[in-house]
Write a protein that binds this ligand. Structure first.
Ligand code: NAD
Length: 499
């Protein structure tokens, strides 16, 4: 059994707390590694190393820091297959999807190569007689991030790339369910030229997280995960005086107008609803066709497509559409919610409950499910399922569809499929959701824009990546300088009275 480590001050170190969690291969159900769960002392050791190393890194000019990022991009491309394999083995997602996970992180690293430009300050020349005012963006010091299981490469990179480019040290507490790729990323950053202690990985659970929340030296915390934990971290982190941004769960609605291209909408829903087994915060989990006729046409298009989905292990390469869910516990929860959906009166149009895969009977596979006639009071509608389950809520009108998306407590992403520019514009303007797709089912903004949900999907003032990340990982210092007239007036030869 492989025993994973922490990565502290440039070295892999074994856990000393005596506590471990199991890391599964979700395709086979086997425990493939043990992940050490850090104690407060182990976290403190990492923070001390970060604190000692950070001033020299902050004093390294931004262009040199950007060069480390450039080299890191090269190394990520060099090791892409190796990283993707490790990622799929622990997470379960398909090999192409694992590469996508790394790629969308890599793009944020590329954005951070622009650090010299992005960190430039502001200057007012002649704000008064002999007075100039200038503002600088300075690193915070030691920063930290806590990340979820579902994007073990992308989300850590969304956090540590801008944090490091700005001159901070960063402590990553990744998900204990798939910690191998984060450890590999920290090693690669050092191979790229990052000094020891600037990026460290401390594995763990609530004990490690609480140690981050209460550590006086840590200046900022980024969190991505479920909403109850996001709220907890936001509250405790803020009350400890830290800068905190937390991104939580989701229930993303896709509205299908009667004029939409129904084949295009159905194809989009298949990818967005079932890709990565629905374990994406930007997955579409609710389809909202407008009008019964639209709903009937949509269901007719969806059913054969869902029945053709290929579910299997990542080792099947390009030959599978999605893999297992992350743990047996996740599978149990999803199947439990499906039973609740049936009991509460939703119509199960595609039933994947009997799904079995020969040779992988112990894997955490869940067949695809489609519900119709779901209503807003049902648990399958109010809760995030995070599995391959699509719910259809029929709306009588566009206004009713819009209201559904607006009344839901989550506000991460949403989409509208239509040929009508007026409806699309109105939807984008009025919906209270952070990321909107128009004929685009998963509207994840690219690296140079920002990513963030509204309502119970996001807590804090600034989004992830893009220009907001350079604001989040720096603080502004403003200098007002006055230089009264001096030597340039020439030498003074006369004895002058004091005045
Ligand atoms: P999770 O909340 O269970 O875990 C996230 C992190 O918090 C992990 O590092 C975990 O170790 C830690 N954690 C768990 N319980 C804790 C506790 N009691 N106290 C302190 N720390 C704790 O989430 P997950 O299951 O890993 O990820 C799935 C969730 O993340 C979904 O809800 C999904 O929507 C959400 N997510 C959101 C976004 C976004 O950008 N909004 C992106 C990806 C995932």
């Amino acid at each position: 059994m492989q025993e994973l480590t922490h990565y502290i001050n440039g070295q892999h170190v074994k856990g000393t707390s005596g506590r471990f969690s199991d890391v599964f291969n979700p395709a086979t159900g086997e425990v493939q590694a043990k992940c050490p769960l850090a104690s407060v002392e182990e976290m403190n050791t990492a923070v001390a190393a970060a604190q000692a190393a950070q001033p020299a890194w902050a004093a390294t000019n931004p262009q040199r820091r950007a060069r480390v990022m450039m080299e890191f991009v090269r190394l990520l491309n060099r090791d892409m297959d190796k990283l993707a394999e490790a990622l799929s083995r622990e997470h379960g997602k398909t090999f192409p999807d694992a590469k996508g996970d790394i790629q969308r992180g890599l793009e944020v690293v590329e954005y951070c190569i622009g650090a010299p430009q992005l960190l430039k300050g502001e200057f007012t020349d002649g704000a008064g007689p002999g007075i100039d005012i200038y503002s600088m963006r300075q690193a915070l010091g030691v920063t930290a991030g806590i990340t979820p299981f579902n994007f073990p490469a992308m989300i850590p990179m969304w956090m540590f790339a801008p944090a490091l480019a700005c001159g901070n040290a960063f402590i990553l507490k990744p998900s204990e369910r798939d910690p191998s790729v984060p450890l590999m990323l920290a090693e690669l950053m050092e191979e790229a030229g990052l000094p020891k202690g600037i990026l460290q990985v401390v594995n763990g659970d609530k004990v490690a997280v609480d140690a981050i929340l209460d550590h006086e030296v840590i200046q900022s915390i980024g969190f991505v995960g479920s909403t109850p934990i996001a709220q907890y971290i936001y509250g405790r982190g803020c009350s400890n005086g830290k800068r905190v941004q937390c991104f939580g769960g989701a229930k993303n609605h896709m509205i299908i107008m009667p004029d939409a291209d129904m084949d295009q909408a159905a194809d989009a829903l298949i990818g967005a609803g079932y890709g990565a087994a629905g374990e994406r915060c930007m997955a579409i989990s609710v389809a909202v066709p407008v009008g019964d006729e639209t709903a009937d046409r949509l269901i007719e298009k969806l059913v054969p497509r869902i029945e053709k989905l290929k579910v299997g292990p990542y080792t099947a390469g390009n030959d599978v559409d999605y893999g297992p869910v992350v743990t047996a516990e996740a599978k149990k929860r999803i199947l439990g919610l499906i039973e609740t959906g049936i009991a509460q009166g939703a119509k199960l149009v595609v039933d994947g409950r009997d799904f079995k895969l020969q040779g992988y009977e112990d894997g955490f596979f869940v067949g695809p499910h489609l519900f119709d006639h779901v209503t807003p009071d049902m648990d399958i509608y109010t809760q995030e399922i995070f599995g391959p389950v699509l719910s259809t809520v029929r709306a009588a009108s566009y206004e009713e569809a819009l209201k559904l998306a607006m009344d839901h407590e989550y506000g991460n992403g949403t989409a509208i499929f239509t040929r009508d520019g007026d409806a699309a514009r109105d939807f984008a303007a009025r919906v209270n959701v952070g990321m909107v797709g128009i004929n685009v089912p998963i509207p994840v903004p690219l690296a140079y824009h920002t990513f963030g949900g509204w309502k119970k999907s996001g807590f804090g003032d600034l989004n992830q990546h893009g220009p907001d990340s350079f604001k989040f990982y720096t603080r502004t210092k403003t200098v007002t300088a006055r230089w009264p007239s001096g030597i340039k007036e020439g030498g003074e030869f006369n004895f002058k009275p004091m005045d």
